[in-house]
Design a binder for this molecule. Structure first.
Ligand code: GAL
Length: 417
């Protein structure tokens, strides 16, 4: 579908921009980094490019998880109006590459040695038919808990190691009159949390089979049903006003101590960082109970479009800056993520970042690094969207039982495949 929509726009794009010689020293970037922590991270990149004389033309499309941004991108590309680059997740990069609208950064990649420094799990999504089409910015992971330390001390809580421990901890918060679980009731946030619940409930092999291999037997199994039961349990600890809440507002509830914990990808740490909070003192980062040893990842990539020749130098400058070692450290310290290269020292990272880097390495070496289905790394966008929809309907009571949720999930994924 994407291919059809986009076909024939490459030429239009070339003509549209060829006349604008003044565009050459400019990077036009579409992204959904509009929260405090995200904007602070993006400023690192803007600063680096400014030093090299490139102006920044911002195309922000608010909405965590990027669904709105991807709708905007589709319209831009269909109109032949290619940005220099767009923030993208995994399978979306491959979709655009298959539609023939991406550029080719292979020469830059060779010069900079990306083949050697970028892990294979990321190259799978940034290299298409042997050509580099995207520059990976970071690696995020979703199976984290973000906890307010003062609230934790007040309720006498300790790190929950199992799902039952987690429920007991949430009960303690509830008894103390604190909102136990901060959640934003938007489908991508609910599904991002469910990724962790499934890994915790079924274990690493089960997560992989169900959410990366889309194995039918796993999707319709009792373990998946149990995962929905566990999700339903967690939702009982959410405050009544959660529908539609943005993810960073949920993080703010934890930062302020209005809530004990948020289950969210480590972009949440970017918000703690922006609020000058320190891990161990102000907040705690633990792996989602029962998922220690595994990492569910996503990676923000800058998808590089096939821009006209007079815009290519800016694109190369962007790609080179993005994968430089110094940027990979400086940016990811602020963003909450970890470097997309394996040779960046962890020196400047806080305790959670150091743990993130070590966990990623261990998971990569041990075969327990899995793509997030909610975050575009488990399956193509149509499947991911079907998944988010079913999880959200379950959380909001339109799907009433775990049995029904399993049936709907299997059907929705089948239809989307
Ligand atoms: C994710 C993205 C992160 C963060 C988050 C919330 O999809 O990978 O970088 O921006 O959305 O907006």
């Amino acid at each position: 579908m994407l291919r059809k929509l986009l076909i024939g726009t490459a030429l239009a794009s070339g003509l549209a921009f060829a006349a604008h010689a003044e565009d050459v020293k400019e990077v036009q970037m579409l992204h959904w980094w509009t929260s405090g922590g995200e904007a602070a991270a993006l400023n690192v990149l803007k600063g680096d490019l400014a030093k090299e004389g490139y102006a920044w033309k911002d195309v922000p499309v608010a909405g965590g998880g990027g669904d709105a941004a991807m709708t905007a991108l589709k319209a831009m590309v269909a109109a032949g109006n290619y940005p220099t680059a767009s923030q993208m997740l995994g399978y979306t990069v491959l979709d655009y590459a298959a539609a023939g609208v991406m550029g080719d950064l292979t020469e830059t990649a060779k010069k900079e040695g990306w083949d050697k420094s970028v892990p294979a799990a990321l190259q799978k999504f940034s290299v298409y038919e042997g050509k580099w089409v995207a520059a990976p910015v970071n690696v995020h992971s979703v199976n984290w808990l973000w906890i307010n330390k003062a609230v934790m001390d007040k309720i006498g809580g300790t790190e929950p190691k199992t799902f039952d421990d987690f429920v007991a901890l949430l009960d303690k918060a509830k008894a103390a009159g604190v909102i136990p679980l901060a959640l934003g009731g938007q489908n991508w946030q609910e599904a991002t949390m469910f990724d962790s619940v499934v890994l915790s409930t079924g274990g690493p092999e089960f997560y992989k089979k169900a959410f990366n291999d889309l194995d039918d037997a796993s999707l319709k199994s009792d373990t998946m049903k149990k995962s929905f039961d566990n999700l339903a349990k967690l939702v009982t600890y959410v405050d009544p006003n959660f529908s539609g809440r943005d993810w960073n507002l949920a993080t703010a509830m934890v930062i302020k101590g209005d809530a004990l914990v948020q289950v969210m990808g480590d972009w949440a740490k970017g918000e703690f960082h922006a609020a000058n909070k320190t891990p161990g003192t102000d907040f705690l980062c633990y792996r989602f109970p029962g998922t220690d040893g595994s990492v569910i990842y996503n990676s923000d990539m800058f998808g590089m479009f096939n821009v006209p020749d007079d815009r290519k130098a800016a694109q190369v400058a962007l790609a080179t800056a993005t994968l430089s070692k110094s940027f990979q450290s400086a940016f990811n310290v602020v963003k909450g993520s970890v470097p997309a290269r394996t040779d960046v020292p962890d020196t400047d990272f806080d305790a959670c970042g150091k743990k993130g880097i070590a966990d990623l390495k261990a998971a990569n070496d041990g075969g327990t690094l899995f793509g997030s289905l909610a975050q575009g790394y488990g399956a193509p966008p149509a499947v991911a969207n079907a998944y988010k929809d079913v999880v959200s309907k379950f959380v909001h009571g339109q799907i009433k039982t775990s049995d029904e949720a399993v049936t709907e999930l299997v059907k929705a994924i089948d239809d989307a495949k």
